[in-house]
Design a protein around this ligand. Structure first.
Ligand SMILES: [Ca+2]
Ligand SMILES: [Ca+2]
Ligand SMILES: [Ca+2]
Ligand SMILES: [Ca+2]
Ligand SMILES: [Zn+2]
Length: 545
């Protein structure tokens, strides 16, 4: 287990009043006494490095800056101007990352940046990350076995993820990228903002639930957390969650800067920068906190940052508050990992129960998917009355630029995610026989078919794709219109359907006498007693709608 599979989010405070370019920065820096003192302190603490550093740019030895050992480490990545204006925390983060060997055989940390972040800090971080471990794609390992679903699963298969809140005082060790580690203060911090515990915990519950409504992950709150130091221990029912949520102040001057970090699966722990005043703004139903939770947990599901940073994707490097929660690219990413919410449903036998049709009916699922070259989606309809059923499916993604995190995060590859699989649609009868099918359109096209069902029973709709080992998001709408009279209610047992009359009473008495489950209306179930008679009479008395 690699506990260093970690990502972090940063919102960096830009010092004001300093020139951004290299020219004139020393004059400005020297005019700021606090910065000069800060640099002087570093000069005392860091003796000049001995010997040269291979393959690095010549070191500018003018002024105070080059006497700092950390400048030699970072001289390929930052300008003297940035070095002069950067905070200690920024320099420490960059230097720790540049000298870490923790990421030689594991993904390096991925940082995300708040609006207003010093662009040179962002560029330096991304350049160092690229140098220590170039990332080829925006996904890494997914959950494969959790506390409630310990069996191994493959790409596109669902997972159950539990989460718990780390009690205050729990030790959160340093995770080797410039953060000190500390004692968790999640409750003290968020109780202070929200006034009670339930309010902010509900924000976490709702945010996990939003992910759960979009992808094949079921979230279960684990109310226990044993307070063992966060160390990548697996989740355990009744002991701690798969995902543990904690917080401690990342530094004494922690407003802005880093907001949170999150470990990748199989760890998943989410650690916030406690008391960072970024989160004091609770407008729009605490969108800052909610989007940070949703973004961090995206990492905790096995997602990396995605570019370009154009304010359209939750997993862009910067926390964005221009939208709420996961967007199309994030849904694609999550469903590629865990499938859609109806998985597993790859066969007639495992068809997802979609609806019971006993009258006018319509149901829409906007975001489901054929998530690879072996996925097919079966949905079961329990049809109670003869009906005309219409099913429509249509690609539901979009065409946009997307790619791995890059130096400037300006661009990606333009891809039309609506032309991945040529979808086709089939309706199967209660015996599994094909009753109707349609494949009228090619890549990117919608399909629709209408089928008249005369015999009540269990029918199945199958959606299938092509051979691309990639994901096609689609939406479907199922609607039904009865083609004959609809039963008034559960007491409308026999013809004439649509009327409650003496024939229904006779049928009830016959079925009651025979002990038929269809008239076992009320508890105790399995017994035919006065409570069933009372319920029949209540339904009969209620009359037709
Ligand atoms: Ca911070
Ligand atoms: Ca599917
Ligand atoms: Ca499926
Ligand atoms: Ca088609
Ligand atoms: Zn991030």
């Amino acid at each position: 287990m690699k506990s260093n599979r970690t990502v972090a989010c940063a919102a960096v405070v830009v010092l004001s009043g300093l020139a951004i370019g290299a020219e004139g920065v020393f004059a400005d820096a020297e005019a700021d006494a606090s910065i000069v003192r800060g640099l002087a302190r570093e000069v005392i603490q860091n003796s000049p490095a001995v010997g040269g550093i291979q393959n690095r740019a010549p070191i500018d030895r003018s002024g105070l800056v080059p006497t700092d050992r950390r400048y030699e480490i970072l001289s390929n990545y930052v300008s003297p101007a940035f070095f002069a204006r950067a905070s200690d925390g920024e320099i420490e983060s960059l230097a720790a990352l540049a000298t870490s060997d923790a990421y030689n055989d594991a993904p390096p940390p991925a940082w995300c940046y708040a609006p207003g972040t010093d662009p040179e800090f962002v560029n330096a971080m991304e350049a160092i990350i690229h140098d220590v471990n170039p990332i080829a794609f925006q996904q890494i390992g997914r959950w494969d076995g959790t506390a409630l679903s310990p069996a191994s699963t493959a790409q596109g298969e669902p997972a159950i993820v539990t989460y718990s809140f780390i009690p205050d005082g729990t030790n959160i060790p340093s995770e080797d990228f410039g953060l000190p580690g500390g004692s968790s203060a999640l409750f003290a911090w968020l109780d202070g903002i929200y006034g009670d515990t339930e309010t902010w915990q509900d924000l976490f519950h709702e945010t996990f639930e939003e992910w759960g409504e979009l992808i094949g992950v079921t979230y279960v709150y684990e109310p226990n957390d044993d307070g063992t130091p966060t160390s990548g221990l697996p989740g355990q029912v009744g002991v701690r969650g798969d995902v543990r949520i904690g917080a401690y102040p990342f530094s004494s001057n922690n407003n802005g800067g880093t907001l949170a970090y999150n470990n990748f699966p199989q760890n998943g722990d989410m650690i916030f920068d406690a008391f960072d005043n970024f989160f004091d703004n609770v407008s729009s139903n605490s969108r800052r906190l909610r989007n940070t939770i949703a973004h961090e947990h995206g990492h905790g599901l096995g997602m990396l940052h995605v570019c370009p940073a154009d304010g359209t994707k939750l997993m862009e490097p910067a926390i964005d508050t221009g939208f709420a929660g996961p967007q199309i690219d994030d849904i694609l990413n999550g469903q590629r990992h865990y499938g859609d919410v109806f998985e597993p449903n790859d066969s007639l036998a495992t068809a997802a129960p979609l609806a019971t049709i006993g009258g006018e009916f319509e149901l829409t699922a906007p975001f489901v998917s054929i998530d690879d070259n072996s996925d097919s989606d079966f949905y079961r309809l329990d049809v109670l009355v003869p009906s005309e059923v219409t099913v429509r499916i249509a690609p539901a993604a979009a065409a946009y630029s997307q790619g791995p995190q890059s130096f400037f995060c300006f661009s990606g590859s333009f891809t039309d995610y609506n032309v991945v699989h040529d979808l086709r649609l089939t309706v199967l009868g209660p015996t599994g026989a094909t009753l109707a099918s349609v494949d009228d359109t090619g890549l990117g096209g919608a399909e629709e078919l209408t089928h008249s069902i005369t015999t009540p029973g269990a029918y199945t709709v199958a959606v299938e794709g092509g051979s691309a080992n990639s994901i096609q998001l689609y939406g479907f709408t199922v609607s039904a219109t009865p083609t004959g009279p609809v039963p008034c209610n559960g007491a409308d047992l026999v013809a004439p359907i649509g009327e409650l009359d003496i024939a229904d009473v006779v049928e009830f008495l016959r079925a009651f006498g025979d002990g038929q489950p269809s008239v076992d209306y009320a508890a105790p179930f399995g017994e035919f007693d006065i409570s069933d008679v009372v319920e029949f009479l209540r339904l009969f008395g209620a009359g037709c709608p």
